[in-house]
Design a protein around this ligand. Structure first.
Ligand code: NAP
Length: 291
């Protein structure tokens, strides 16, 4: 299969590219950077030099591929609404190239706001919460209504592994800066997680399965109490582990305090997927996170 991958130079996308190439698929990867594009080409992928704003280029690449995987996203949270709009437009363009075909589009989304307070499942539908501008999942649904074989791969808040620059490093940095490894309230809110290698396999298996479902959950750990994460960080850094007000985490408080448990029972059954890499707590306890 020839797959067009956006975000091919990113944490998740670069592993998806490796996974696809390793399984014998052909990949064209999007890169906005010459330097990272060269590294991507060295893996065996063809490189499309463009940005998420080059909608014509995205459409042409999607139109020339057998399948599309969208993992690109600008994570500068200071301009989150603008980035969410850029993402929405890019998904619309990618999907527009697939209308009238059975060629699939996998859009990356999260489990974060699906079902706070209970374990989210693949059957849960994302709402259009006006306080959260990201519309990746909603766009995928809109495309399905237009006849596109679009689905979401939902990722947990932590896609972990050596080299992680996501949410776990933010918690570690906050602990270092404030001198306390904190949790909010009783710390029982849950974070789900998956190792980057296990997540990449879900993308490949979903494509190979033919993308028959609206949503897949690349979730290995269903839900780990946030306090358990704080305990490991506190022990590793030699800092006290204490409850704090949400404001302790500043802009990150909405994530640190959120309950984000999710099941992947349906995905495991459908794709015959079993995570094999270290779990969230075991992986966080690696020295690499604290180097
Ligand atoms: N990592 C996690 O723990 C996690 C958890 C839940 C959901 N997710 C979601 O998973 C997806 C992938 O995340 P990630 O961790 O791989 O993010 P990442 O490491 O920040 O990678 C993002 C990718 O998007 C590219 N990109 C950003 N802005 C672009 C633009 N304007 N034009 C072209 N390319 C652009 C980046 O290019 P450069 O390499 O040039 O910067 C990079 O390849 C995102 O949708 C993210 O929100 C991630």
């Amino acid at each position: 299969m020839h797959v067009f991958v956006t975000g091919a130079t990113g944490w998740v996308g670069s592993m998806v590219v490796q996974e696809l190439l390793g399984a014998g698929h052909r990949v064209t990867g999007l890169s906005r950077s010459r330097e990272k594009g060269q590294a991507l080409a060295a893996t065996g992928a063809t490189v499309l030099h463009a940005t998420l704003d080059d909608l014509d280029a995205l459409q042409r690449a999607a139109g020339a591929a057998d399948a599309v995987i969208h993992t690109a996203f600008n994570h500068d949270f200071s301009q989150f609404a603008a980035n969410a709009e850029q993402d929405r437009r890019a998904i619309e363009a990618l999907g527009g190239a697939l209308v009238g075909s059975s060629r699939p589009l996998l859009v990356t989304a999260g489990v974060a706001l699906l079902a706070p307070g209970r374990v989210a499942t693949e059957q849960d539908e994302a709402s259009s919460d006006p306080s959260y501008p990201r519309r990746s999942e909603v766009m995928a649904r809109t495309l399905r209504e237009r006849g596109v074989r679009a689905a979401t791969i939902r990722l947990p808040p932590s896609v972990h592994g050596l080299g992680d620059h996501g949410f776990l490093p933010i918690l570690i940095r906050t602990a270092r800066e404030t001198g306390v490894s904190a949790y909010i309230g009783d710390g029982r809110n849950r974070w789900s997680g998956v190792h980057r290698l296990d997540a990449a396999r879900v993308y490949r298996l979903a494509l190979e399965e033919g993308v028959t479902q609206p949503a897949y959950h690349a979730v290995a750990d269903e839900g780990v109490a946030f306090e358990e994460l704080a305990k490991i960080i506190g022990r590793r850094l030699g800092l006290p582990v204490q409850s704090r007000e949400a404001s302790h985490f500043s802009w990150f408080s909405s994530f640190a305090g959120l309950d984000m448990a999710a099941s992947s029972a349906r995905t495991r059954e459908l794709l015959d997927w079993q995570p094999t890499e270290p779990g969230l707590l075991e992986d966080l306890d690696q020295p690499g996170y604290f180097a």
